[in-house]
Ligand binder design. Structure first.
Ligand code: AMP
Length: 586
């Protein structure tokens, strides 16, 4: 394919800011790209020549570009630099210079997408003596054959300054429309900037297939190629490749143990939630190890220690494991918070020293590929069993995440305490029968970071309800005890009580308890003699001028009636302050 075609596409995309229109323009373009060109086109479209996860860089700075422009056009570096100052963009400078030059020479061979792609890639591969000259030549070669507008985009691509304003979502849609548009029956109308599809369900099926293929490959270039050459089947069979990172599965958050069980089911696996950073470890058939972060950056070079553990302690010719690297204190062996080791992730020099000073332990919690087999559709429990078989645990090097199978709240509470006491953030809940869903936050994995201490509060006020609730007291004003043993308000709560008596502590029952305690009534508002103590959960304690205590509970939930407690045993304001301060630290 001629490079000029791709340049035309860039120009078209630059003319609009509308996402749907951009998507449509790309999808129309993709229909006409041949299988051999599609990977190059997709990468260049995103302004790259290497896949996302590839840490190689083109490595051409503005200085080198000035020199190359000079070689290509025969114009002095000083003059080009002045022009750069005037226009502020080397891409535009290239366009102007090449235009002047072309009028003089009228010589041109047609550039292909492949030629541009190959030359730019070669730039990254050059090393050693004479590199600058060879790089200059490679760039100049492209620029002497380029049309003015082509030179603008070549320069921008090489300098990493391509911005076409098309995000991942639009790329996914464009691929879907291009290769499955006729099956979906999709129509774009420019005037209204709108799309219509015949059948949403079919549309979603194709969209999901494209998205899933992207989740395991992380490269639209590969997804587009599979869709173009093999259609839906191509997407479904797109292989996981060791050495190519896969989007990690994400966790949902819950605040209550019951809620976690509701989502993942019983029994569930619970694990320590380590305060480190995620590492996806790959080993290929040749024995090469690669490590990626949660954002899929290659950090193999930064963690020679982890490479070593993975190599030595995990049995198998090829695999992909999911884990958390946690820093620990060299002297005491105690886990350290993430901040203490975060510097290791970006570090480029003195790697051995920093590995020694800030050691990490790898806590492995999942496996998604083993000996040529993709395991994402296997049940979690099976994946975990496999891990147990293949990992030779060595404390402070590589271990399995601490895990337990539980069904009872009290077991969770105990494990939570153990986790926090040994310096961890909390717990993760995992659904035993769940697959591994790359890139998704679907509730197969749930984080439970704080077991907010509940408060025992006294009801000092309430409101008569409205409509069918007019016979019920609700919206209870809840109070704690201040240093003078006075009740000071800290919020209003209703959530947690049931509408029907048979479901648990209900509004009816609460009204029955409170009615004899009414001191005074004003409109719907009722003052209540302090007698009833309830246990209240919440998301957070906030400062607030609304209540006498100076604090308010965010999302208060009535957990239960504490009829075993007298009002003198209610939580104190001092305790509330302590919890509030503790919250700020975490
Ligand atoms: P968060 O970063 O708060 O969304 O919590 C999810 C993160 O917890 C994951 O991305 C992992 O990096 C980390 N994590 C720590 N321990 C575990 C574990 N046992 N299982 C899964 N993820 C864990």
């Amino acid at each position: 394919m001629e490079y000029s075609k791709l340049v035309e596409l860039y120009e078209q995309l630059n003319k609009t800011t509308k996402r749907l229109e951009k998507t449509h323009i790309i999808s129309e373009f993709l229909k006409d790209v041949g299988v051999d060109d599609i990977e190059h086109v997709m990468l260049l479209l995103e302004g790259r020549v290497f896949p996302n996860y590839d840490s190689r860089e083109i490595g051409v700075a503005s200085r080198l570009m000035l020199k190359s422009l000079s070689v290509a056009t025969g114009i002095g570096v000083d003059k080009i630099e002045n022009e750069w100052k005037r226009q502020g963009d080397l891409g535009l400078v290239a366009e102007t210079l090449v235009k002047t030059k072309k009028q003089a020479t009228l010589h041109s061979t047609k550039l292909t997408v492949k030629k541009v792609f190959d030359n730019i890639r070669k730039l990254a591969e050059l090393e050693g003596e004479g590199t600058v000259e060879r790089k200059t030549q490679l760039i100049a070669e492209l620029l002497t054959s380029a049309k003015p507008v082509e030179s603008k985009y070549i320069v921008k691509t090489i300098l990493g300054e391509m911005r076409i304003g098309v995000g991942g979502g639009a790329m996914r849609d464009a691929i879907t429309w291009a290769f499955f548009g006729s099956k979906i029956g999709i129509k774009y109308t420019k005037e209204e900037n709108d799309i219509q599809v015949e059948d949403r369900e079919v549309y979603n099926k194709y969209l999901d297939a494209v998205q899933s293929a992207y989740d395991v490959t992380n490269e639209f270039a590969l997804v587009a190629k599979a869709a173009k050459s093999k259609g839906l089947e191509g997407l479904e069979n797109i292989g996981m490749k060791v050495g190519v990172p896969i989007k990690v599965m994400l966790a949902l958050k819950v605040d209550a143990i019951e809620e976690a069980f509701e989502t993942v089911g019983k029994p569930a696996a619970i694990e320590f939630k380590y305060d480190g950073f995620r590492i996806q470890g790959h080993k290929d058939e040749k024995g090469d190890i690669k490590l990626f972060t949660r954002r899929l950056e290659d950090v193999t070079k930064q963690f020679p220690d982890v490479v070593e553990f993975v190599k030595k302690n995990v049995k198998g010719k090829s695999f992909i494991i999911d884990s958390e690297a946690v820093g620990y204190d060299k002297k005491t062996g105690k886990y350290l918070p993430f901040q203490n080791i975060s510097q290791r992730i970006k570090r480029k020099y003195d790697i051995d020293k920093i590995s020694h000073d800030f050691p990490v332990e790898l806590n492995v919690f999942d496996i998604i590929y083993y000996e040529g087999k993709n395991l994402i559709n296997e049940e979690f429990e099976k994946r975990r069993k496999l891990l147990e078989k293949i990992i030779k645990q060595e404390t402070k090097k590589i271990v399995l995440s601490k895990s337990k199978k539980v069904s009872e709240k009290k077991d969770v509470e105990k494990f939570f305490k153990e986790a926090v006491d040994s310096g961890n953030e909390g717990l993760m809940f995992k659904a035993l029968n769940a697959p591994y869903k790359p890139g998704a936050r679907v509730g197969y994995m749930i984080k439970f970071k704080s077991m907010m201490e509940t408060l025992d509060l006294v009801i000092v006020g309430a409101e008569w309800g409205e409509g069918k609730r007019s016979k019920w007291l609700s919206s209870y004003t809840i109070a704690c005890l201040d240093e003078n043993n006075d009740f000071v308000g800290i919020g209003k709560a209703s959530t947690g009580l049931k509408e029907k008596e048979e479901e648990g502590l209900s509004f009816v029952e609460m009204t029955r308890l409170l009615k004899p305690l009414i001191i005074s009534e004003k409109g719907k508002e009722v003052r209540i003699k302090p007698k009833i103590v309830i246990e209240v959960g919440y998301d957070e304690i906030q400062k607030s001028p609304t209540y006498e205590s100076g604090f308010a509970l965010r999302f208060p939930r009535i957990e239960k009636l504490r009829d075993d407690k007298g009002t003198d045993e209610a939580s104190t304001l001092d305790y509330v302050k302590k919890l509030y301060n503790g919250q700020k630290k975490s």
